[in-house]
Design a protein around this ligand. Structure first.
Ligand SMILES: O=P(O)(O)OC[C@H]1O[C@](O)(CO)[C@@H](O)[C@@H]1O
Ligand SMILES: [Mn+2]
Length: 441
């Protein structure tokens, strides 16, 4: 097996991982507890006393979790039966086996950051499913919906842009079509600034007109492989036989404004015939505050459809139709909410790996996907992306991510060091973005 660098972890005092475990995660837990409190009367109305008791139980489990974290207690196995409980507990044992001390127990600050951060969201889910009858409750739903509602104006601007574009799409020459493709890719990139995990669950909606900001934002794209995406898809379109398909898969990240930008891009892919099918992958359980579940996906399409604007509602109606016709397919898979790096997918989720191999192109949205693609490890800046993927090559793939963690590969020699000297927060602030491609050229 190839030698890989150590994992990022909270052991490195002062690092982004350390600060996330120390400050951001407890803050998110406190918000979750507060959300449950605020829904107390709703639970009472729905379920009577039983609902109130369940709310108390969930809160006490979450307070215990917060205490374990803040006092750096050992990571304990999951107890409630769920589809992935055994896989999680096996992974916990595996993490323990990596520790050299004889009585070594995985702890929050001493284990890989990716592992403990995923574990925290899985424990939140456990607290909820241990508390029937409120075991259906999505503690992050409110903030995801708020993010969408606060981005209304930008959503209208994007829907209007897309509908105008579609009207004349057949008259566009190759270069014009490529320009439009690049625009919508960049919108989807900057949509990733709006996650709610980095902001500790605080509102992070899109209020400026992103369409008119694209030129100003260009200097912040550190790696730009958009040309490869164009070559690949325009080639598929040219060489495609009648009745055959081009499948683009989008591994989704955040709901709210970012999801709108992804759906706008997916709509364009169909309208331009660069793809004939778009497959979406979301999360099975609430995850990293703002990540998309099937409920968020359906809710958002419904909202857009009933939007108070002609072009917005046209988009929503078309999107519903794409889903009905099977041109857009939404998939769930438990693997996306496991702590494993993606190079483990062939062993842990061979069925999912086989599905991904059917794609002509896979787009991975967001920072967490990047961390899992590269194993969340301390790679040198100039290590090739292909190498950091550590054998994960199901199909041509591209990561579309704003930088929100101390990890970046594939830079030019000296580029990372230079950024580090001039702007120490360059890789955690979400200010910079990348399109990083791996696949045949
Ligand atoms: O929604 P994204 O882009 O995956 O970002 C998730 C965020 O959560 C973090 O784990 C921080 O809590 C960062 O890695 C990242 O900023
Ligand atoms: Mn996210």
């Amino acid at each position: 097996m190839a030698v890989v660098p150590a994992s990022l972890s909270g052991q490195d005092v002062g690092s982004f991982a350390y600060l996330t475990i120390k400050d951001r995660i407890p803050q998110i837990l406190t918000k979750v507890i507060d959300t449950l409190h605020r829904h107390k009367s709703e639970f009472f109305e729905k379920h009577g006393e039983e609902g109130v008791e369940a709310e108390k139980k969930a809160i006490s489990l979450l307070s215990k979790l917060r205490n374990e974290l803040q006092t750096d207690k050992p990571i304990i196995p999951l107890v409630e039966k769920f589809v992935d409980t055994d896989i999680w507990n096996q992974y916990l044992e595996y993490q323990q086996s990596l520790l050299n001390e004889s009585d070594g127990k995985s702890r929050w600050f001493y284990s890989p950051w990716l592992f403990v951060e995923c574990y925290m969201y899985r424990r939140i889910h456990e607290a909820i499913i241990q508390s029937p009858p409120i075991d259906y409750f999505d503690v992050f739903k409110e903030s995801k919906e708020q993010n969408f509602c606060e981005s209304q104006e930008s959503v209208i601007a994007l829907c209007t842009h897309l509908q105008q574009l579609i009207k004349t799409i057949e008259d566009l020459d190759e270069n014009q079509l490529k320009d439009e493709f690049f625009k919508l890719l960049q919108i989807s990139l900057w949509g990733n600034k709006c996650d709610l995990s980095l902001s500790g669950g605080e509102s992070s909606s899109q209020k400026t007109d992103v369409l008119n900001s694209l030129e100003d934002l260009k200097p912040f794209i550190l790696l730009n492989d958009m040309e490869h995406l164009w070559s690949l898809l325009s080639n598929c379109k040219k060489t495609r036989e009648k009745a055959s398909v081009t499948r683009v898969y989008i591994v989704l990240d955040n709901s709210g404004f970012e999801l709108v930008t992804d759906l706008i891009l997916a709509n364009f892919l169909l309208s331009s015939e660069l793809a004939t099918e778009v497959h979406f992958y979301g999360k099975t359980i609430p995850w990293f505050v703002s990540d998309t579940t099937i409920h968020d996906f359906n809710w958002l399409i419904e909202q857009v459809k009933h939007g108070n604007h002609k072009w917005m509602s046209k988009c929503g109606a078309d999107w519903e139709e794409f889903v009905k016709m099977g041109k857009w397919v939404y998939h769930d898979h438990i693997f996306w909410t496991l702590p494993h790096e993606y190079c483990a997918m062939p062993q842990v989720a061979p069925d999912l790996y086989a599905e991904l191999q059917k794609a002509h192109l896979i787009l991975f949205k967001g920072d967490l996907n990047y961390r899992k693609l590269t194993g969340d490890r301390k790679w040198e800046f100039s290590v090739p992306f292909h190498q950091a993927l550590n054998g994960f090559h199901p199909a041509p793939l591209c990561t579309i991510r704003t930088l929100k963690a101390e990890i970046q590969v594939g830079l030019k020699p000296g580029q990372g060091e230079q950024l580090m000297a001039s702007e120490p927060c360059w890789w955690t602030s979400g200010k910079y973005g990348i399109f990083q491609y791996d696949g045949p050229l």
